[in-house]
Design a protein around this ligand. Sequence first.
Ligand code: 3PY
Ligand code: MG
Length: 267
Amino acid sequence: MRINPLRQLLADGKPVLNAWLSIPSSYSAEVLGHQGFDSVTVDLQHGMIGFDAAIPMLQAISATPAVPMVRVSKNDYALVMQLLDAGAYGVICPMISTVKDAQDFVSYCRYPPTGQRSFGPARGLLYGGADYFVHADREILTFAMLETREAVANAEAIVAIDGLDGIYIGPNDLCLAYGKAPRAESDDPEVKAVIADLCGKTRAAGKAAGIFCSSGAGARQRLDEGFGIVTPGNDVGLLTQAARDAIAVAKSSVAVAPVSSSLRSGY
Ligand code: 3PY
Ligand code: MG
């Protein structure tokens, strides 16, 4: 089976940069997959993406060096399995608040006797290889999103669960849980302390600590704080910022540095 390079990067303490797709386009997926990200996540929770749109996106990512991942819309047996069968090599599951939530999620991703994943790997076989079934439990990564007060209270027990590879903090929902305005990089001392505590507990358990960020600078800051897997903004955020920057530069009368040669064509 094709190995999952993220597992090694995380084990070696090397930073993992994970792109995040909310535009339902195989072309966007392919473009981002070629930009140097270690993985590309198709977001079925807040992205404008359903299962049928996710399939060509996973196919497109498969044709790039990046590892195809998904964020599911909820902790759902059928949906998690369908996306694994569609070739996802990692699953990020939102709103995991209890040990039972996390155990259920992990069990959907693992074949019996460890879990309750049903057999029918479809695209998983094409992407992973003929021996997919033998090694899938080893290669497929599971990340629980901790983003509620209940999750914070249960964090130590959740990160200790066998088969859970790591957490992926949803900082916006975490802000809401503490009565604060949603911000990926909130300055609120209480939210900052909770995020640092979750990161520390996850690392102490030998698991990967991931977090959603709003920009490259935000991602850099999180890596410096000890996170191992970060998302430097989603596709819409990157596109929006790039468009605004381009407009601002075009309107300014100040001479600017030339764009890099690979971008000169405009593509
Ligand atoms: C959050 O910040 O809550 C997320 O789930 C990121 O998408
Ligand atoms: Mg969230």
